[in-house]
Design a binder for this molecule. Sequence first.
Ligand SMILES: C[S@@+](CC[C@H](N)C(=O)[O-])C[C@H]1O[C@@H](n2cnc3c(N)ncnc32)[C@H](O)[C@@H]1O
Length: 165
Amino acid sequence: MEDPKNLMMVAAEQAQFIANLAKLIEVNKPIEIGMCTGYNALNLALVVPENGLVVACEINEEYVNISKPFLKEAGVEDNIDIRIKPAAETLDELLTAGEAGTFDFVFIDPDKKNYETYYEKSLQLVRKGGIVAIENVLWGGQVINPALNIWNLRVQKKSPLKLSK
Ligand SMILES: C[S@@+](CC[C@H](N)C(=O)[O-])C[C@H]1O[C@@H](n2cnc3c(N)ncnc32)[C@H](O)[C@@H]1O
């Protein structure tokens, strides 16, 4: 298992910003795509109302297991619906279950190369006036590093990026 410390949970100030945004639009049904050890899922679970539910997508069960004692200690384990499988499958299941347009907030933070898929599905799942927030949009400039080849760069293919010298 990769050390979860290398997986970069959001920074504390980002978590606070996300919590403030979520409170502002009175979120009660958010999705965390890429839960890891649960820092931001916990952050969201703490701002939903008593009957609110965070759908948390994570592919790695070992990371989820790390989160469980903390979620229990915070008293929010019943406010998180953890789905351990590829996130795109979970999002498809939600769409098939007729939940399009019912989520308030989506935070996209899993594998970078599939962001476009997550974004398109999130647009279908989020309600009018909801928010889709995307982590690592600029990623310290790495998004324009062709050597990394992580983005499956459809955008670049459509209109090649020209950098001025
Ligand atoms: C940067 S971490 C998420 C940190 C978390 N959002 C936080 O701030 O607390 C990215 C996570 O996405 C997960 N992940 C990667 N590919 C995935 C996929 N296809 N489906 C679901 N989760 C995935 C990784 O296992 C990892 O735990």
